[in-house]
Design a binder for this molecule. Structure first.
Ligand code: ATP
Ligand code: MG
Length: 359
């Protein structure tokens, strides 16, 4: 278990800046995800931490030791990739023993440690099989056992679950997290799957275009996104350009001349008229039948599209004199759905109107 300290790490490919001054401190035993869309630089960062790729500038330390220029085998890390990358001609036992042999562990303790690692990933007794005789999920567990058997200071995982089918992926999430906690091993986990990051991580780094947008606990990132990109990356969201319309207790933003939304939070130092970015998650939009008592702070609207999606319904709703919003609502079994074209009222809790300074 070691601390990982990354300071101002940058990397170009030709003139393209793939990673731009990335800094991060990871506590001993912490599980941190690097999350972002394809091409945002996640694997490039992980490869630099692993020593598979040299940075152009910046530094990396594992524990008290600077490792920026050390080869991978001198960094005391365990690596797992999406493709498992097992040695096909070696048995499961030999695959898991590989890193231990490299480190010169004697035969007697080697055997114990391979079996311990296989027990940890629930593959007890399968040590004589070959990779081709195992399912994808089992192969990925062998890869995990191989990575943790030498008791590395740092575990680096690049989309290790994305080759597995949906059901297996869900159960492996919990297994991987349990294993990480059992071993208290400092872990960096690369994923483009927000749910994976939210359910597994102590903290998440959200990246876009090689830049770190926010780092924080899953709940923090979800509830208090730091940038419009982060707000809209999570969940299904609506994003709008707006202006600050009122301050203080009655804080509000306007999306058009006719549409004003009360919000419980404005950016620090906001002034009337300031341009802002407004994010509203689809599940925050409540749609009320128009004949109901018009609730205070509800907005008149028309339903443009209504679609049934099992336990939920999706709506595209046009605010009178304003923009369209996507909304998602749970529907009760057998409950009725309003029809497209009907007049409704839209309500959004002030706490769900996420406002950020426009960039
Ligand atoms: N060896 C390379 N040569 C040139 N460009 C590269 C190289 N490796 C990565 N890149 C570019 O750097 C950017 C970041 O790549 P990276 O592999 O880190 O993305 P990623 O976030 O891991 O994406 P994904 O989710 O698709 O795996 C991409 O635009 C990619 O095309
Ligand atoms: Mg990648």
């Amino acid at each position: 278990m070691a601390r990982l300290t990354i300071n101002q790490l940058s990397r170009r490919f030709g003139s393209f800046l793939a990673v731009d001054r990335f800094s991060l401190d990871v506590e001993p035993g912490e599980f941190v995800s690097l999350l972002g869309p394809s091409g945002c630089g996640k694997s490039t960062i992980l490869r630099m931490i692993a020593g598979l790729l040299e940075p152009d500038s910046g530094s990396i330390a594992i524990g008290d030791k600077e490792v920026t220029w050390l080869p991978p085998e001198k960094r005391n890390i365990g690596l797992v990739f999406q493709s498992y990358a097992l040695f096909p001609h070696m048995s499961v036992f030999e695959n898991v023993a590989f890193g231990l042999r490299q480190r010169g562990v004697d035969e007697a303790s080697l055997k114990t440690r391979v079996h311990e690692a296989l027990d940890l990933v629930h593959l007890t007794g399968l040590d004589r099989r070959f990779p081709r005789e195992m399912s994808g999920g089992q192969q990925q567990r062998v890869a995990l056992a191989r990575a943790v058997a030498p008791q590395p200071a740092l575990l680096l995982l690049d989309e290790p679950l994305s080759n597995l089918d949906a059901k297996l992926r869900d159960s492996m999430r919990f297994e991987l997290r349990r294993l990480q906690q059992t071993l208290s091993i400092t872990t960096i986990f690369v994923t483009h799957d927000q749910e994976e990051a939210l359910t597994m991580s102590d903290r998440i780094c959200v990246l876009s275009g090689g830049q770190l947008h926010q780092v924080g606990r899953p709940r923090e990132i979800y509830d208090m996104p730091a940038t419009p990109f982060v707000a809209e990356f999570f969940g299904r969201s609506n994003g709008f350009d707006g202006k600050v319309a009122a301050l203080g207790d009655k804080a509000a933003v306007s999306l058009s001349d006719d549409v004003r939304l009360v919000t419980s939070h404005l950016p620090d130092g906001a002034q009337i008229g300031d341009p802002v970015h407004v994010t509203i998650r689809q599940e925050s939009v409540r749609i009320l039948e128009a004949e109901n008592e018009p609730a205070r702070s509800s907005l008149p609207a028309v339903l443009d599209i209504v679609s049934f999606a099992g336990s939920t319904a999706q709506f595209l709703v046009r605010l009178s004199g304003g923009p369209q919003l996507n909304a998602e609502m749970n529907i009760e079994r057998g409950g009725s759905l309003p029809e497209a074209g009907s007049h409704v009222r839209v309500m959004i809790d002030p706490g769900d109107v996420i406002v950020m300074a426009a960039r």
